[in-house]
Design a protein around this ligand. Structure first.
Ligand code: SAH
Ligand code: AVI
Length: 363
């Protein structure tokens, strides 16, 4: 199909009114457990999405600027290797780094369609309008939905697809759900398509903890925002000032955990659920995990999900990485190493994925 100069934009929502993001079920489940927890997707109402954007600019939050640097360096390589004509971006948010991929595709002359997928309706609409104006001839098909439930609503592939899930969002899944999610992506990836996963790497716990407990207190506001969401959406009466932000690195599980701690005993009413919830003094509610990876642990997750690594791109300080992967086809030779390019790993005799000496960025 010849690209036209007129952009086409369409946004479809698969979130039913009232049960947006399955909030009520998740709150009933999460607040009646012995160890209280809520899924992180409920952090992202309009205010939460803006707070996350502010986090991305913080000096302690090395992740966004590092991932941007990796994409600036390797976007052309990624596009050349994949021949992608469309981007299907999972958890697109404000898509600030996506432009690097779209620009590389435009330069290569392959760019046809952009499909942002996010639970935040406001961000999908904003991104769809922005990119439609900025890239003449681009077709934008926005999907407002849950990437764990609504991927069957994606439009059929327009050609080789690149499926970015950037920002390290994959780390917000616990290990079992992560593999289920990755396995589900096998259906979105035909043999000509690739997954592009941003992952945070294991590093000094002090740097990790600072990134989740910044000196300006923005991450604390982001975390506490989930209580505002429950107050507004479910008629709860959380006293937000009676909770404090907690973030720590769990060395054994290699993930950051964000929690909210009740500073005093309290009872909270959730009107929409006809539910009263007790919090003891210093009782904690888990709101997010953010897993950190090694090349080995990523490789195990990919293999368990029927995916195979193609390349792993990283920054000179190995703070963050971007993994290019594809569906492993029956009969494929197992890939012992990432092929040529940025950063090479290998499988050792015990079958463990090992990071080789990283090649430094060009220039
Ligand atoms: N990719 C962007 C945003 C990362 S923040 C970046 O790199 O900056 C995580 C994004 O995932 C948010 O926009 C949030 O709304 C979205 N998100 C979280 N859980 C989701 C889910 N289950 N389904 C769809 N989007 C989700
Ligand atoms: C979106 N996600 C990958 C972020 C992270 O770092 O895990 C969310 C976040 N939580 C606290 N700060 C940022």
């Amino acid at each position: 199909m010849e690209p036209t100069l007129e952009s086409v934009v369409e946004v479809r929502s698969y979130l039913a009114p009232g049960d947006e993001r399955t909030l009520a079920d998740d709150v009933l489940d999460g607040l009646t457990r012995p160890l209280k927890k809520l899924p992180p997707k409920h952090l992202y109402d309009a205010r939460g999405s803006l707070l996350f954007e502010a986090i991305c600019e913080l000096p302690e939050y090395y992740r966004t600027r590092t991932e941007r640097l990796i994409l600036e360096t390797y976007a052309d390589d990624i596009v050349a290797r994949t021949g992608a004509v469309e981007l299907v971006e999972l958890g697109s948010g404000s898509a600030t780094k996506t432009r690097l991929l779209l620009d590389a595709m435009a330069t290569a002359g392959t760019l046809r369609r952009y499909v942002p997928v996010d639970v935040s309706a406001a961000t999908v609409h904003a991104v769809a309008d922005r990119f439609c104006n900025e890239y003449p001839g681009l077709s934008v098909h926005g999907v407002v939905g849950d990437f764990e439930r609504h991927l069957s609503h994606l439009p059929p592939a327009a050609g080789p697809r690149l499926v970015p899930c950037l920002g390290g969002t994959i780390g917000n899944f616990p290990p079992g759900s992560r593999r289920r999610f990755l396995r589900g992506l096998g259906n979105v990836l035909d043999p000509a398509s690739h997954l592009l996963l941003g992952i945070d790497l294991v590093k000094d716990p002090r740097a990790l903890e600072a990134a989740y407990d910044d000196s300006a207190g923005v991450t604390a506001q982001f975390n506490l925002n989930i209580l505002h969401v429950l107050n507004r959406e479910l008629g709860a009466d959380f006293d937000v000032d009676a909770f404090e932000h907690v973030a720590f690195f769990d060395r054994r599980r290699e993930w950051i955990e964000m929690r909210l701690r009740a500073t005093e005993p309290q009872q909270v009413r959730v009107e929409a659920l006809d539910l009263d919830v007790e919090f003891g003094a210093r009782e904690e509610l888990r709101t997010e995990i953010s897993a950190k990876f090694t090349p080995e642990s990523l490789h195990s997750d990919l293999a368990a999900a029927g995916l195979e690594p193609v390349e792993l791109y990283t920054d000179p300080d190995e703070l963050f990485a971007v993994s290019l992967a594809r569906r492993a086809e029956p009969g494929d030779e197992p890939r012992g190493a990432y092929g040529g390019g940025a950063l090479i790993g290998f499988t050792d005799r015990a079958g463990h994925w090992r990071l080789a000496q990283p090649r430094r960025r060009p220039g």
